[in-house]
Design a protein around this ligand. Structure first.
Ligand code: TXA
Ligand code: MG
Length: 330
């Protein structure tokens, strides 16, 4: 699928040349699209913050295509890290290491750690092989949902950012972020790579941050700076809603987009003004689709996105999706 206008849709060779010259390029990954710049070029990285309107105290993940690149970024890569990389890379797991002195402050927001990940997608792997490590946050303007398709990038940046086309992102949720810089290791952001999968490989328990609780006790130095910023919610907001509550929305002028995870027969009668989306118990499909629905809700001027309370197959899948939904609810 190619939805880009010819002027924005660039070749890999062109993208590599732009990046080497200090430019910014959006590229696909298996999670969401990234907005990349040469991790060793402070002026290039500064453009990412300007373009996104991103607060300067929110650090970036550095994307690599080889383990050799990790050695240039991380001051220490221990046995645990090697095991995780062997098992899950390339893949949706960002690892936080103590950083080498050469890593730019603008990339790490002045922290003494650096987040690194190897995306599981041929386009960025080939690109980074050409350019070297790329600092890249999700390719949305600050406060918008992460882009899961190239046209989402264009919605946010119009013609200001060239985009490498890569179709729809496989997972649709951002990577798991695991802090290996101190023990106990801590998951700062849940994602497709789960706590139990990580614990199984490491043979030890890891913690999961409860972001909102830790923030109040650690206001000045949040462990994952990005988590303190408000996230996107469609104009009328997102909320949980049971089918019973849905029936009662009849009287409202509201137009409701109602997302249903479980496999069920039609909710009858569907009140007027309600559009149903069924995921038939398909967690992957719901994760892949969620941010696109949020964007669509605004484009089509729905007054609310309501989500039927659900549990996915595993508690960890449930938590990864609930985490993003809670942020959208705000
Ligand atoms: O799936 C992904 O990770 C996507 C694709 C493009 O790779 N990227 C992404 O980047 O989601 P971003 O910038 O939207 O989210 C990165 C998260 C933020 O919450 C940030 O605060 C955190 O990782 N982070 C980055 N470096 C960190 C560090 N050194 N210590 C703690 N948290 C860090
Ligand atoms: Mg982001």
């Amino acid at each position: 699928m190619n939805t880009l206008s010819p002027s924005l849709d660039i070749s890999l060779e062109k993208a590599a040349a732009l990046l080497k010259a200090g430019g910014v390029v959006a590229f696909p990954t298996e999670t969401v699209y990234g907005l990349g710049a040469d991790a060793w070029n402070p002026d290039a990285v500064a453009q990412i913050f300007t373009l996104k309107g991103r607060p300067p105290d929110n650090p970036l993940i550095v994307h690599v295509s080889s383990l050799g690149m990790v050695d240039k970024l991380a001051a220490e890569v221990n046995e645990d890290a090697l095991r995780l990389m062997a098992e899950f890379w390339p893949g949706p797991l960002a690892l936080i290491f103590p950083k080498r002195a050469e890593v730019l402050d603008i990339v790490t927001a002045g922290l003494n750690t650096v987040a690194v990940r190897m995306p599981d997608h041929p386009v960025p792997l080939r690109l980074i092989h050409e350019t070297g490590p790329l600092a890249a946050p999700s390719a949305n303007t600050s406060g918008r949902p992460s882009p899961t398709r190239s046209d989402h990038v264009v919605q946010d940046f119009e013609d200001r950012v060239p985009v490498l086309e890569g179709g729809v992102c496989q997972y649709g949720l951002e990577s798991t972020v695991l802090d290996l810089s101190e023990k106990p290791y801590t998951i700062l952001r849940p994602g497709h790579i789960t706590q139990s999968a990580i614990e199984h490989i490491l043979g030890m328990p890891v913690r999961v941050t409860r972001q909102t609780q830790e923030r109040s006790t650690d206001e000045l130095a949040p462990k994952s700076p990005g988590m303190k910023y408000s996230h996107y919610a469609p104009d009328a907001g997102v909320r949980w809603m049971t089918p019973q509550e849905l029936q009662r929305t009849q009287a409202l002028l509201a137009s409701t987009l109602y997302l249903v995870h479980r496999d069920r027969e039609q909710i009858l009668p569907v009140p007027s003004g309600v559009t149903l989306v069924h995921y038939h118990q398909n967690y992957q499909e719901m994760a892949r689709d969620l941010y696109d629905r949020f964007r669509m809700a605004d484009l089509q001027r729905f007054s609310e996105v309501a989500i039927e309370p659900f549990h996915a197959e595993t508690a960890e899948q449930t938590e990864a999706l609930h985490n993003r939904i809670r942020k959208a609810i705000g």
